[in-house]
Each structure stands twice: as structure tokens, then as C-alpha cells.
Design a protein around this ligand. Structure first.
Ligand code: HEC
Length: 110
């Protein structure tokens, strides 16, 4: 049987790949946390997970296509899409937050 001493390179690689996958996991879960925290800002009006109740005056945003959502948010932010509320909310978000929110809501079931 080969031990770590006989195959230092093999052992090193194993440790390295374990460390790398742990770091990737940590990053993924903190991104997910940020995403959910940001999405919570929208829940008051759009419902949790972006799904509004039937006949709501606020549109449902769960499962909207990602690119459509990014375009709409940027249009609200720039004032090219008239709105009652969303222009104010979009102005407070960075483009990174907008794309992250779009990823989140696009992934929710309609
Ligand atoms: C205070 C209530 C409120 C909050 C909070 C809110 N929205 Fe909205 N949202 C609206 C309303 C009302 C509309 C319809 C457009 C308008 O009049 O502003 C809308 C429209 C939208 C649309 C356009 C949907 C479509 O079908 O074109 C998107 C996308 C959207 N909101 C995303 C978000 C995101 C993302 C957040 C959280 C950062 C958010 N909204 C927070 C009330 C809200």
C-alpha cells in the first residue's frame, strides 16, 4: 500500500482539491445568502419567491426570463420605462444586484 510519504504529490493534490471545493462551496452559499437577502426586499410587494396572489395589481416576477428582467430593471433605473414605484427601487440597486436578483427570480417556479 502506498502512503502519503511515498506519494507526496498525490497527497498534496488531494488536500488541495478538498480545500478548493470547500472554498467554492463557501462562496456559493454566501452568494445564495446575498441573493435571498436582496430578494427579500421585493417580497413585500411581489410575494415571497416573487409569486403574487391571483388578481394582484403587482405583477408576479417568479420565473420571468432573466434577460427580460435585467432589461426592465435597467429601464426602470434609467427612467425609460415609466413606473409608479419600480423606478425608485431600481435606482437603489447596482447592476450586479440586478443581475443577481434576475438569476434568483428566473430560477423560481412561476
Ligand atoms: C413597494 C412595492 C414594490 C417593491 C418593494 C418591489 N416592486 Fe417590483 N413592481 C411593483 C409594481 C407596482 C410594479 C409595476 C410597475 C410600477 O408601477 O412600478 C412592479 C414591477 C416590477 C417588474 C416588471 C415586471 C414585468 O412583468 O415587466 C419587475 C421585473 C420588478 N418589479 C422587480 C422587482 C424587484 C427585483 C424588486 C426587489 C428589488 C421589486 N420589484 C420590489 C412593486 C414593487
Amino acid at each position: 500500500m502506498r502512503t502519503c510519504f511515498q506519494s507526496a504529490i498525490g497527497c498534496g493534490l488531494l488536500v488541495f482539491s478538498l480545500a478548493a471545493s470547500t472554498a467554492a462551496w463557501a462562496q456559493d452559499s454566501s452568494t445564495a445568502l446575498h441573493q435571498r437577502a436582496n430578494a427579500a426586499m421585493c417580497a413585500n410587494c411581489h410575494g415571497s419567491e416573487g409569486r403574487t396572489v391571483k388578481d394582484s395589481t403587482v405583477p408576479s416576477i417568479a420565473g420571468l426570463p432573466r434577460d427580460y428582467m435585467v432589461q426592465q430593471m435597467l429601464a426602470f433605473k434609467e427612467g425609460t420605462r415609466p413606473a409608479t414605484i419600480m423606478h425608485q427601487i431600481a435606482k437603489g440597486l447596482t447592476e450586479t444586484q440586478i443581475t443577481s436578483l434576475a438569476d434568483y427570480f428566473a430560477a423560481q417556479a412561476r
